[in-house]
Design a protein around this ligand. Structure first.
Ligand code: MOS
Length: 750
């Protein structure tokens, strides 16, 4: 592998299309005769629909159809546990007259224009027989039966009882709602018995499979297109009910139908990070050696599906500790189904773990980095026997970060670091995310005009996937990225992975590389066998001499070991054989032996500085540094972009984000961008990120692990630790609110 373009800072190849406006997102496909569907969400959280009156709405201008459970065939439920097959919610829309959560779709109005559909939707009258919804966990009895997750090693309960130092605190992360720029949208277009879906999705293949199952239409008659996606953060991993409504609506009216959710419905019917209430008990020696960890999580899911936010996994693997017990239990609420949100499980699981570690460090009067080093796990202790990591450089992350930050200048006493009228607070936390890899098939074509094309049914959700495809093809062939066309976001292409779990890079790189090698091999074959090629040998093998070994460098085919200048541009070979293109294809999959020998995770250290002005009660984040060990970084520019973007999201998680429900009807009250706050420019200080790069060759030959999620992982605990350092107030229930700091009280939850 050459050192050239892999690892360089390569500008996104799709950037000009995005900036110039020619990149088309789902609802940008202005199909002929397009009609618009507006879903109507329930205005109660727990009810039976007594009656739907559409008589007024039906007579309104432009209205084509109004679909609801009374006039629509029930769909199939998605099969569970199938690879590549998952709907956002197990219950199909319009299944019956039951309403299980506020915002559940009770009707779809289809009209000539969006405005007409919306106008008519306001006039659909729904009468409900309502019951009191369960909105908060205290509304429902403690769940019976064994916990959903139960992990145990050693005897944590007795080790805790005997421990000389004990921390026992409960932490709460509220519901957070994914708010990508582009809202969920689908255009459904039937052409005979074939269905084309233009969708905003993180997984065209899963979307195709799931819609196929739920509509009862064979997979090969469904094509899902998502060449551009205005991000998803996990919310678009699966097709949610509006995707199916678009297809059913289009079938009903015999025209293509576009359904785009308004921002308000982004809060009810397309998932969210569930609230988690997490009790963390840690026992330790006076020297800071961990003796026990107990982590107990309570989490709501919906009435219509089971979603487990696996918060405890990180607790079992991050630190050396002989006695660990972790449980997670679910309760059912009348709120829509939760779903993965950037860093699912680990991000909310790290908040209590890293917060409790900080509380322990303070109790022991120990530097928080030193406490972590004293419990550093050289092997993954969650396995029995412990498993070696494929590659772990967390120690170096701590050290590099501390040096770059100036951590040695820290004075630990609360309020002891001042800057003018303001008090500085510093915090640090560990970040981690598991490194996964799946299978992928990629096709690479070398064209007679000297360009190349790579294609795969994966998608670029804003992360830079287009660009790394081009980098690998360029690295192998020497064709500049500007002459490489990458085609993604189309389910009819060779099977590719869902953009989820930070796995796409590690998954597709080997397939792109092998497919490119395969295509090069075909050109070399042609070079040897085509009359007119400078490498053509008349009679081939028959004249007894071995064929020359050929290679491709800088776009030229030449004798191996000789200068590329001695050869010819590859397009000359194609021209000689009158080939329009030569194509290679490869399917690659992880080596199961590696997967069972090593534990593969990325790691990082995240530092946050806040400034607290007690005179005017102003808290600002003033500095942030993330040091990441994610193996080899393929594109420094888009890689930094991922980490810094995640850190911005982490500031939002710590300072602003919380979906608030009306206890009477489970309505999300702040279902808009005025009331649901996310970080904006004014909240974002100088953020930096550094990669310590050690290729993880157990995962793939490029040594790359994923980086989409890890940058979020440690921000919230580092930030609340910084808040404690500045103010003396430990915030255990996110987000940090000024009122917590004004009263100066320790925040006790549960
Ligand atoms: Mo990520 S939550 O797997 O999109």
């Amino acid at each position: 592998m050459s050192t050239s373009i892999i690892g360089a800072s390569v500008t996104r190849i799709d950037g000009p299309r995005k900036v110039g406006g020619s990149a088309r997102y789902a609802v940008d496909y202005a199909l002929d005769n397009l009609a618009y569907g507006v879903p109507l969400g329930s205005t109660v959280g727990n009810a039976r629909i007594a009656h739907i009156d559409t008589s007024v709405a039906e007579r309104m201008p432009g209205v084509l159809a109004i679909l609801h459970h009374g006039n629509t065939e029930p769909l199939f439920r998605p099969a569970e546990q199938l690879e590549h097959s998952r709907a956002g919610e197990a219950r199909p829309p319009f299944e019956d007259d039951r309403v299980y959560y506020y915002g559940q779709y009770v009707a779809l109005v289809v009209a000539n224009t969006r405005e007409q559909a919306q106008d008519a939707a306001f006039k659909v009258k729904v009468d409900y027989d309502s019951s009191k919804p369960a909105v908060v966990m205290s509304d429902v009895p403690a769940p019976p039966g064994p916990p959903r997750i139960h992990y145990q090693r050693g005897n944590a309960a007795s080790a805790f009882e005997a421990a000389p130092v004990r921390i026992d605190e409960t932490y709460v992360i509220p519901v957070e709602t994914h708010n990508p720029m582009e809202m969920h949208a689908t255009i459904a277009h039937w052409n005979g018995d074939k269905l084309t879906l233009y969708a905003s999705t993180q997984g065209v293949v899963n979307y195709q499979n799931t819609v196929s199952e739920m509509l009862g239409v064979p997979v090969d008659r469904i094509q899902v297109l998502s060449p551009f996606c205005g991000s998803g953060f996990g919310g678009k991993l699966f097709p949610w009910p509006q995707s199916l409504l678009a297809a059913v609506g289009a079938r009903r009216v015999g025209r293509p139908v576009a359904v785009q959710l308004p921002r308000s419905l982004m809060f009810t019917t397309v998932g969210h990070r569930p609230l988690t209430q997490q009790r963390m008990r840690i026992g330790a020696t006076q020297e800071g050696k961990l003796l026990s960890i107990q982590h107990d999580v309570l989490q709501p899911t919906s009435m219509v599906d089971v979603y487990v936010e696996g918060c405890t996994g990180v607790t079992t693997m991050l630190y050396n500790c002989d006695n660990v017990e972790a449980t997670q239990q679910l309760v059912n609420l009348n709120i829509g189904t939760p779903t993965p949100m950037r860093g699912p499980g680990i991000v909310p699981g790290l908040f209590p773990l890293e917060s409790a570690m900080d509380e322990l460090a303070i109790r022991l009067n120990l530097d928080p980095l030193e406490l972590r080093l004293r419990n550093y796990a050289e092997q993954d202790p969650s396995y029995n026997p412990p498993r070696p990591f494929s590659s772990k450089r967390l120690r170096e992350c701590y050290q590099t970060g501390a040096e770059k930050w100036g951590w040695s200048k820290r004075t630990p006493a609360v309020g002891s670091m001042r800057q003018g009228n303001e008090i500085l607070g510093w915090g640090v936390a560990t970040a981690t995310w598991h490194a996964g890899r799946g299978s992928a098939t990629v096709r690479v074509r070398l064209n007679a005009d000297g360009t190349a094309r790579a294609s795969c049914a994966t998608q670029d959700i804003g992360t830079g996937t287009y660009t790394i495809f081009a980098q690998v093809v360029s690295d192998k062939t020497g064709i500049p990225v500007s002459r490489i066309d990458v085609v993604l976001g189309d389910s009819s292409l060779p099977n590719g992975p869902t953009s989820g779990g930070s796995t796409v890079t590690a998954t597709v790189l080997p397939a792109v590389a092998q497919a490119t090698d395969d295509a090069i091999g075909r050109v070399i074959q042609a070079a040897l066998s085509t009359p007119g090629s400078p490498f053509y040998q008349e009679g081939g093998q028959q004249n007894g001499s071995a064929p020359p070994q050929l290679a491709m460098t800088n776009g030229r085919i030449h004798q191996a070991g000789q200068s590329p200048d001695s050869g010819v541009p590859f397009q000359q070979i194609l021209a000689a054989g009158k080939y329009a293109a030569l194509e290679g294809e490869a399917r690659t999959a992880p080596d199961p032996k590696e997967a069972h020998t090593f534990s593969a995770h990325s790691f990082g250290a995240q530092f946050i500085e806040v400034t607290w002005d007690p005179g005017i009660a102003r808290l600002r984040v003033s500095r942030g540094l993330t040091v990441i060990d994610a193996g080899r970084i393929i594109n420094e520019k888009t890689g930094r972009n991922q980490i810094l973007g995640a850190a911005v999201m982490g500031i939002g998680m710590a300072m602003f984000e919380e979906t608030i429900y009306d206890p009477r009807n489970a309505k999300p009250l702040n279902n808009n961008f005025a009331d649901y706050l996310v970080s904006t420019n004014a909240d974002i200080p100088d953020l930096d990120c550094v990669f310590v790069q050690y290729p993880d060759l157990h995962l793939n030959e490029y040594g790359a692990r994923g980086i989409g999620e890890i940058g979020l992982a440690g921000v919230a605990p580092a930030l609340t630790m910084a808040v404690y350092h500045a103010t003396g107030v430990r915030v255990r229930k996110l987000p940090v609110r000024i009122e917590n700091l004004l009263n100066g009280q320790e925040q006790k939850v549960a």
